[in-house]
Write a protein that binds this ligand. Sequence first.
Ligand code: GLU
Length: 293
Amino acid sequence: MSRPVFRFAPSPNGRLHLGHALSAIVNFERAQAAGGRFLLRFEDIDTERCRPEYEAAIREDLAWLGIAFEEPVRRQSEHFDAYRAALADLDARGLVVRSFATRREIATAAAAAAAAGAPWPLDPDGVPLFPGDTALLPADEIARRAAAGEPAATRLDMATAIDAAGMPLTWMETGEGPAGETGTVLARPETFGDVVLARKETPTSYHLSVVVDDALQGVTHVVRGADLFAATAVHRLLQTLLGLPEPVYHHHRLVLGPDGHKLAKSNRDTSLAELRAGGATPANIRRMVGLPA
Ligand code: GLU
């Protein structure tokens, strides 16, 4: 029988913080307990914000925590063709829509609607749902952008995609979602609307590249923070449409900052490098993220 495959998939756009430490440790320990392989993957599709020095820093932080991973490490920016091919497949089956509307145009319309007393529907991450270009822009403006050859984003045509996949879709959750969901979870991709699959400036998106890579790398167990629990519904939908295998999912609790918010890479005081420079040991880090010594 082949061994289970786990992966830790940070974006090298900043230093790792305590939240990443929890994720990497839980991932690594579950891989070890299962006799599995452990991969590191750099999710660097945002080539503006991701930098080689952060990759080196992530390697250093993981080594310090005693976490060993297989080489070579996959770097998503080197595999844009694989994501383009998946997108072309969805496109050929009529499952995508092109959109000229910018994120700002959607946000402006949502804010105007809210101000007029008609709250705009939001996805589970709090992002305003995309209503279609025709709801946002005058027809002649859409025609002008098309004629001028302006770059467009590619979105999943959610309603058509759901029809094509056939519902219901589920996943096996061995951790838990924000409301304690565990076991067989019903996927509700419709709550995300027409999600972005490729941006004007990037030939892929997080959702598309994560499902393509998990399949290409033979990942059997996805261990990550509960902030990505809801997005798993989109991943299950894309896996089904693209004929990709279904991993088991384990979402873990998040490490919250003193203000009760999720940690961000900009929280320098909780970066592993700062804590290490201040004299913290890996055992201290375990304690700080609530893991047994
Ligand atoms: N790259 C994502 C992040 O840093 C994690 C993706 C995943 O584990 O699916 O939040």
